[in-house]
Ligand binder design. Structure first.
Ligand SMILES: Nc1ncnc2c1ncn2[C@@H]1O[C@H](COP(=O)(O)OP(=O)(O)O)[C@@H](O)[C@H]1O
Length: 194
């Protein structure tokens, strides 16, 4: 798959701001993929396409979700931030003929994460959270951790995200809770101290 072709397609559909974010996520994901020995092409495709549907209209996101991801999205149809990940997966599969489940899952779970995430899913998830222009409490620490201990970085990130969602009185996607419990339960973080 030609990454430059995907970049061009993306630039024609996204605002400059969101397109540039996607490029930074791509670059960050590639850096991480090199450290963690993950297929660079797969990571690149998932990272460049992760936000393809971010600026789709609500109606379109709801329609794709209802038609193609009915059970997975039925509790979240009013949350377009969640739906764009599913719509992105749909586009990857149907517009770009991507059938690789690693790539499709990395796009699908980039916002919420999930339990039993693969390495490529983790890399795209955390690259989205730590790309160089991200600026929120603890981002520096999460960025440093990502290059040393991916699971620990994700745990700190999801703790942070959950705290934000609670403070804003927003729904927390069940996949994020399950991902957090999974990381803790499997002691993937090597000790409890953060
Ligand atoms: N795990 C989650 N559960 C529920 N809502 C979420 C979750 N993650 C993100 N969101 C929703 O998406 C919004 C943007 O999330 P964020 O990760 O900051 O996206 P962006 O990549 O656009 O910066 C949040 O304000 C929240 O409404």
């Amino acid at each position: 798959m030609d990454i430059n072709f995907l970049k061009k397609e993306l630039s024609s559909i996204l605002s400059k701001k969101r397109y540039e974010h996607s490029i930074r996520v791509l670059e960050t994901a590639i850096e991480l993929a090199k450290i963690y020995n993950i297929d660079l092409e797969k990571v690149a495709i998932a990272a460049i396409l992760h936000d393809f549907a971010k600026e789709f209209k609500r109606d379109e996101l709801v329609s794709i979700s209802k038609n193609f991801f009915k059970e997975e999205t039925e509790d979240y149809l009013d949350n377009i931030e969640i739906l764009h990940s599913y719509a992105g997966t749909y586009i990857a599969k149907n517009k770009f003929n991507i059938n690789d489940s690693d790539i499709l899952n990395a796009i699908k779970y980039h916002t919420t994460g999930r339990k039993n995430m693969s390495l490529i899913e983790k890399i795209v998830y955390i690259a989205d959270a730590i790309e160089p222009k991200r600026d929120y409490p603890h981002v520096k620490k999460i960025r440093e951790l990502a290059f040393k201990n991916l699971d620990k970085a994700i745990l700190v990130e999801v703790n942070n995200k959950i705290e934000y969602l609670v403070n804003e009185n927003l729904v927390i996607h069940i996949n994020s809770i399950e991902m957090r419990n999974w990381l803790l339960k499997n002691k993937l973080i090597g000790g409890n101290k953060l």
